[in-house]
Design a protein around this ligand. Sequence first.
Ligand code: SF4
Length: 469
Amino acid sequence: MQYDDKPKDECGVFGVFGHPRAVELTYLGLRALQHRGQESSGIIASDGEKFTYHHGMGLVHSVFTTEVLAKLQGHIAIGHNRYSTAGESTLENAQPLVRNYKQGPLALGHNGNLVNAVQIRNHLENAGSIFSTTLDTEVIFHLIAHSRKRILEDRIIDALRSIEGAYSFVCMDKNTLIGARDAHGFRPLWLGKLDDAYVLASETCALDVIEAEPIREIEPGELIFLRSPHRGIESLRFRQRQSRLSQCIFEYIYLARQDSMMFGQSVNGTRREFGRQLAREHPVKADVVIPVPDSATIAALGYAEESGIPFDLGLSRNSFVGRSFMNPAQAIRELMVKIKLNPVRDVLRGKRVVLVDDSIMRGTNSRKLIKIVRQGGATAVHLRIASPPNKFSCFYGVDTPTRGELIASSHTIEEIRKYIRADSLGYLSIDGMLNSVKASEDFCTTCFDGKYPIPFVDQPSEQLPLIVD
Ligand code: SF4
């Protein structure tokens, strides 16, 4: 039994240029980005002469002990937390990847998913290239190495013009930190400053933790080079920004941390507005609003504010339970969800409850949650979802269930309500969600409407979308 029936964060990237404690800062940045990937972690550092690096499976604090960190030296560093959306979960696939090409060592950490990596890989393998991982990221190295251009900037531009998909990445050679974001702007990437040093991070919460000042988001289609404090930020365009961007709206719903800024507005404020709008669209008579912790807490606050129904914490979350758990017998498995979430009886007993969650994937998890809330003594459970029905899989770097597994792809809302055994069920509308964000035309909403902004060259035929926008 899985409690975490949620889309999985893609990956987190972080980089520092020009700081004597670049390695420690990268370590702290990765800890702040732990929610974006928990399978493996890596840091590469350069002192201008050579790379030192370490990768490991598991959480950042367990991969990087004090002794390991002391071996990494340099004023430039990049780091990566991985959750696998492409490639297997093995140490060989841990990022950042390091490769030597004819101009020296190069390291790269990538957040997102390329949609034509298999096609490029086949082409390169037919031409004699040998790959050592199953990562889509590795094709970028090969494309850089194969480029006939002389300088690194032009080689990277060549590579980026060949790949399609969703990506934000940090890259480094011995003397340079490099950042890039795809022209659709799917995945976030921020630039910050700490004294004379520059910092790149997937989210601003990682800049905050090292007390770096956020400067701006890397623009879609922009490639930046950081070589020296005197030269500052050298910015190039490798592709024109798309007239309509495809920023991932799921960052606001679930993926990003509440304390981050993202795509020009705060995650906290946006999530709260989703909750307020949900209350306007789906009011109900109830005694208490409770969130599914922790990701739905802010939306539930918004629902409570708008509806005037008191907010309380009716589910207690045990945050010390790891992701992995041995597979016990069925009877014990049924109890596993309670290891993570337990009802707070004096909040729930005798109450009509509005239970707010951020999304429903397969529906099995919602069914269990509702059962727990009823076991806590609730007399009615009205489930409210702070996003529209999730009907389509993501191929742009977020691990979602297959379309056939997504309950809303094949069931009406009333059928879902019956299955999860809620007294009522209401989802945020697509219009309501988009009215809560600035520049609503610049967001990917594929999960809900199936309008895939870029076609997938690599996907198997049964996964192909119905509509390509
Ligand atoms: S399909 Fe969904 S999860 Fe994927 S990028 Fe688009 S909005 Fe984000």
